[in-house]
Design a protein around this ligand. Structure first.
Ligand code: NAP
Length: 283
């Protein structure tokens, strides 16, 4: 497998010119890399999450590089808050002479931590389901309505994980929520295709991110164990995952909808009975 890329370089620089994208959780991790990628390829980008601290560095970078990026404070768990932000964003887009709708929505915001199912509290369960499942639906609904109204269609990308279909001990909340998002992806893809809205998902394997790292591989030993379990023997970079997302959002994928693409260095593939490279002695 090739070495990790460090920036988005091999796509046409005006690929998303004239498009507006809203990325939830767009100030950190994968969302940050994807927002940078979209902006560097010409999109007007709106990032939306709870903490302005997560917005400031990207806004500063955008000012320096001449990218068009704005930020909205948003907790995606609240349908009312999502509706308010959608109304504000739509109004701004209409005022600046556009269609009054976003062209691209990336449902990337998430929360996750490891906890045995029997010890998971109602609050913890609700928090993760609220961000991942409810938040993805609320944003899809509000920004999807805008896409339908504009008549220009659009593209929605949901970030899931391979444990949406394999399951994974320790993250029953996240796995259940991501499985719901996968079903939502296929349902909305079929329901909104007539409005020229594509709805797809990406299932990344482990990639470097401060947010996930602190919760899911908080020490070197755990990180090494996860690395050893990946056939490619390394984590992805968030830029590698973002690159794949950009390809899926680009016009080159205009007939792709309802799909989930796994980008995990082979981590979710069955490995049968033998370790790769292991010497099997005959009796
Ligand atoms: P991350 O850096 O931890 O980012 C999560 C983002 O979600 C933050 O920007 C956070 O911003 C936002 N967020 C959390 N709660 C929110 C809420 N209630 N409302 C609005 N925004 C909220 O995550 P990441 O590791 O880059 O992961 C990105 C996506 O990839 C997630 O969907 C994750 O499940 C998926 N994924 C990650 C991995 C991995 O190895 N990292 C593997 C598979 C799938 P605020 O704190 O400002 O709200």
């Amino acid at each position: 497998m090739s070495e990790p890329i460090s920036s988005v370089t091999d796509l046409r620089p005006d690929l998303f010119q004239g498009k507006t994208a809203l990325v939830t959780g767009g100030g950190t991790g994968l969302g940050l890399e994807l927002s940078r990628g979209l902006a560097s390829l010409g999109a007007r980008v709106v990032i939306a999450s709870r903490s302005t601290e997560h917005h400031t560095p990207l806004l500063a970078e955008a000012a320096e590089r001449g990218w068009s990026i704005e930020a909205e404070v948003l907790d995606v768990r609240s349908m009312g808050a999502v509706a308010d932000v959608a109304a504000r964003v739509h109004e701004r887009l209409a005022e600046s002479g556009g269609s009054g709708a976003v062209d691209i929505l990336v449902n990337n915001a998430a929360g996750n931590f490891v906890c045995p199912a029997e010890r998971l509290t109602e609050r913890a369960w609700r928090a993760v389901l609220g961000i991942v499942l409810d938040g993805t639906f609320y944003c899809s609904r509000e920004f999807g309505k805008g896409m339908i109204r504009s008549g220009r269609g659009g593209s929605i990308l949901n970030i899931v994980a391979t444990y949406a279909w394999t399951g994974m001990p320790g993250v029953v909340h996240s796995a259940s929520a991501k499985a719901g998002v996968l079903a939502m992806t296929k349902t909305l893809a079929a329901e909104w295709a007539r409005h020229r809205i594509r709805v797809n998902a990406i299932a990344p394997g482990v990639f470097e991110s401060e947010g996930a790292g602190g919760q899911l591989w908080p020490n070197d030993e755990l990180k090494q164990r996860l690395t050893d379990a990946v056939p490619a023997k390394r984590f992805a970079t968030s830029a590698e995952i973002a690159q794949h997302c950009l390809w899926l959002l680009a016009p080159a994928s205009s007939y792709v909808t309802g799909e989930c693409f796994t980008v995990d260095g082979g981590a979710s593939l069955g490995r049968g009975m033998w370790e790769p490279g292991e010497r099997v002695e005959r009796r």
